[in-house]
Design a protein around this ligand. Structure first.
Ligand code: AMP
Length: 358
């Protein structure tokens, strides 16, 4: 297909990754008459359970990727740790959105921060840490507590260590896995917010309102939509997301996590070129969810105004909390989503509950 063709219902969207984000994307696609084909290395993945096509293979399996490319009309991915080589290989055969360039920036913390700063948008002060010998001096330079983060493959606080004093440097280096790192100054934030933007092939961008995210043990627990007491900074936060999705020249959905600092600044912490946990509330809270807008962008439809229905709250069900599904479902005001995961390991995202507040 040419990259300008509008895909008609019945077309097949290939999704790399089989988690809950792929599952909810596939459900949105099905509602619009599209099929999804999941490519992932795990059997019975949450996304595979709601689609009739899965390629069970490693992301490096070129034969499986080639057959997948022939079987789909467009490709996306539902988590950003898919190897860039895999995405670039597919992009030579079938349209892939977001493209490999945007993915390369978003899966590398240094590239991401440099990109964000180049657009004149703030991040926490940071230093590159190629080697542990320089770490104590860099901690001194940043003057105060710091967070050491592995440059790649981090999520939900994994691959991170807090450093309060330079003498903690060696332990922190080992804790994050002794590899190329970014050292960030610890940000005194008032709250953490995120904005999700969606962009279509014509370059039109729509934005969901900034929401507040509250974490427990580095894992998202609560999202409040829109972010409370944030009216005066909504426009600025959304403008940042628009500049970033345009700067990445992305077709698809971009989530921008930010710190709202106690001195009134918005600093970008992380970018995710895919639907985001902090946007799950949009399924019930908006006329057009983040997943529907991703599908619209992928098939060549214009992205649609979100149509926010009112205030909403989303709570993640982590580990054994999902065992309470029957009690939760007894509340007609609670929309309970479960992801079909068998093993409820502590902290694992098993589902979520959204409540509309107005
Ligand atoms: P990340 O994996 O970068 O999203 O970090 C996970 C969580 O750790 C964030 O949502 C924050 O709660 C916290 N965190 C990360 N970096 C910093 C920082 N530089 N200053 C303060 N808190 C941070």
């Amino acid at each position: 297909m040419s990259s300008t063709d509008l895909l008609a219902p019945g077309a097949v969207i290939g999704i790399l990754g089989g988690g809950q984000l792929g599952r909810m994307t596939a459900l949105a696609a099905a509602a619009m008459g599209y099929r999804c084909h999941i490519f992932c290395p795990d059997a019975d993945a949450p996304a595979s359970q709601v689609t009739d096509r899965t390629t069970l293979a490693d992301y490096g399996d070129r034969d499986a990727l080639d057959a997948f490319a022939r079987a789909v009309d467009v490709v996306t991915y539902e988590f950003e740790n898919i190897p860039c080589d895999t995405v670039a290989h597919l992009a030579g055969q079938v349209p892939v959105h977001p493209g490999p360039g945007a993915l390369a920036v978003c899966q590398d913390r240094l590239a991401e921060k440099v990109f964000v700063n180049c657009l004149g948008i703030g991040t926490a002060d940071f230093r590159v840490v190629p080697d542990p010998s320089v770490l104590p001096a860099l901690v001194e330079q940043l003057e105060g507590p710091c967070v050491l983060k592995a440059n790649t493959m981090g999520y939900d606080g994994k691959g991170q260590a807090l450093i309060r004093h330079p003498h903690e440097a060696d332990d922190a280096w080992l804790a994050v896995g002794a590899r190329l790192c970014v050292l960030e100054k610890f940000v005194a934030f008032e709250c953490e917010v995120s904005v999700i933007a969606a962009r279509d092939r014509t370059g039109r961008v729509v934005c969901y309102p900034a929401v507040e995210n509250r974490h427990e043990n580095h894992i998202l627990k609560h999202t409040l939509a829109p972010a409370p007491d944030f009216e005066d900074r909504q426009e600025a936060a959304q403008a940042i997301a628009v500049r970033l999705i345009e700067g990445l020249d992305m077709v698809g959905v971009l989530a921008v996590e930010m710190f709202a600092t106690t001195d009134g600044r918005l600093l970008v912490n992380e970018l995710a070129p895919r639907p985001h946990n902090s946007g799950h509330w949009t399924i019930e809270g908006c006329r057009v969810s983040q997943f529907t807008n991703l599908v619209r962008a992928l098939v060549g439809l214009p992205v649609a105004d979100p149509g926010v229905r009112g205030r909403a709250e989303m709570v993640n069900l982590l580990g054994a909390e999902a065992d309470e599904w029957a009690a939760l479902a007894a509340d007609p005001g609670a929309s309970v989503h479960l992801y079909g995961k068998a093993a409820a390991r502590p902290g694992r995202k098993m589902g979520h509950v959204t409540r509309l507040l107005t």
